[in-house]
Design a binder for this molecule. Structure first.
Ligand SMILES: *Cc1c(COP(=O)(O)O)cnc(C)c1O
Length: 396
């Protein structure tokens, strides 16, 4: 179908919750996608930091095909091998002792919020309040828009659930000042993705950990966007020298297969007993088979090493661009999550890049270009992206 035809069908039949680009994508391979006219694009949006191994990764495709022919879903009333094996992989490669599986980032954060409250009720004398960060993003359910420290996601949905309080990001004294006798935990992203690729001071997470320890409250990391390798380590917290009490994952876990996970320690996990939380689809064999294949590919194919090397090269090329491009206010990044803050709104730049065959997105107040490409891109791909950006800036 042609783009115009699809647009009409969407207008007629799909709820109007997204402002879409005038582009219909029909196929992908590696870091490239093709539109319905056969035009090729370098995909540095990657399904919003989802397709970290690129599109149509052969190992993931084969695992999904094999599992679909074997057993797709039986619910969590029964044991299945893929779920046990993937949980073991996550635990053996992280701080965690136990995993809960769900289907999205918002669901993973919902699970974390519920677990923190349950833990607070049982172990912290009834504490229930969570401190989250201004400019954060945690999802679109009622509790997660409330956790999200941005009013634009909350207007029109009052009354919001109680028990959330906001502190400025990357500000330890302000965080400590926000803690009350009701606080049971702190929920934050190691790098704020939607908030504009904001990277905190390198000792910030350590400081948050120390504060949480001092007050005996939970430190909850939302690694939905940066987890599974994007910052150059499997999990972003690894670089900070600390371990959280709870961590949530989703976007890159299944390389496009929808899946979310909440990881935690035995001590915290004990607050959940059968009946306290659940998900019909969570941890289903098909999703778990995809996740295992993704995990094995990340480890076997040098993905983290590539992410660090190409990420550093990308940041360096962006810095050089900033040197002669007055529209660029700041560039920042870690691994392959990079932001280019502009003195103008980014929407027009994104549109012009698309016309020249480069897919990127904005974040923050709309003035930050966000680059979250597949972690398998090469220096040549970066050169192509930078060349397109240079051309686009010339006409902006
Ligand atoms: C995308 C995102 C979410 C929400 O994930 P969904 O799968 O869209 O529900 C939560 N937290 C962070 C940090 C995210 O980037």
């Amino acid at each position: 179908m042609k783009t115009e035809e699809l647009k009409d069908l969407y207008e007629k039949f799909v709820m109007n919750t997204y402002k879409r680009f005038p582009l219909a994508l029909s196929r992908g391979a590696g870091a490239r996608v093709w539109d319905s006219d056969g035009r090729e694009y370098l995909d540095m949006a990657a399904g919003i930091a989802v397709c970290s191994l690129g599109h149509a990764h052969p190992g993931v495709v084969a695992a999904i095909q094999r599992q679909a022919e074997t057993l797709m879903h039986v619910s969590n009333l029964y044991y299945t091998e893929p779920q046990a094996c993937f949980a073991r992989l996550l635990v053996e490669n992280s701080f965690a002792d136990k995993v809960f599986f769900c289907n999205s980032g918002a669901e993973a954060n919902e699970a974390a919020i519920k677990l923190a409250r349950k833990y607070g009720h049982e172990r912290l004398g009834g504490k229930y309040e969570l401190i989250t960060m201004k400019d954060s993003f945690h999802g679109r359910t009622l509790a997660t828009i409330t956790a999200t420290g941005q009013e634009k996601f909350q207007v029109g949905f009052a009354p919001l659930p109680e028990g959330f309080k906001y502190a400025p990001f990357d500000d330890l004294p302000a965080l400590e000042a926000a803690i009350s006798e009701k606080t049971c935990g702190v929920l934050l992203e190691p790098i704020q993705g939607e908030g504009g690729v904001r990277i905190p001071d390198k000792h910030y997470l350590l400081g948050v950990r120390e504060i949480c320890d001092r007050y005996g409250i939970l430190m909850i990391l939302d690694e939905v966007q940066v987890g599974m390798g994007r910052t150059g380590t499997l999990f972003a917290y690894e670089d900070s020298g600390i371990q959280p009490d709870i961590m949530t994952l989703a976007k890159a876990l299944g390389n496009g297969f929808p899946v979310g996970a909440m990881l935690t320690t035995d001590k915290t996990a004990a607050a959940f007993q059968p009946g306290n939380h659940a998900s019909t689809f969570g941890g289903a064999p098909l999703a778990m088979a995809a996740c295992i294949a993704v995990f094995e590919a990340i480890q076997a194919e040098g993905v983290l090493e590539n992410c660090r090397r190409v990420g550093a090269y990308f940041l360096e090329r962006m810095r050089r661009m900033q040197g002669h491009q007055p529209l660029i206010k700041d560039v920042r990044g870690k691994g392959l999550i990079l932001g280019m803050e502009l003195n103008i709104d980014g929407a027009e730049i994104v549109k012009k890049c698309m016309e020249k065959g480069l897919l990127i997105i904005t974040s923050g107040a709309g003035n930050v270009l966000r680059f979250v490409p597949p972690l398998i891109i090469s220096e040549n791909d970066v050169d192509q992206a930078v060349n397109i950006l240079e051309e686009v800036f010339k006409t902006s």
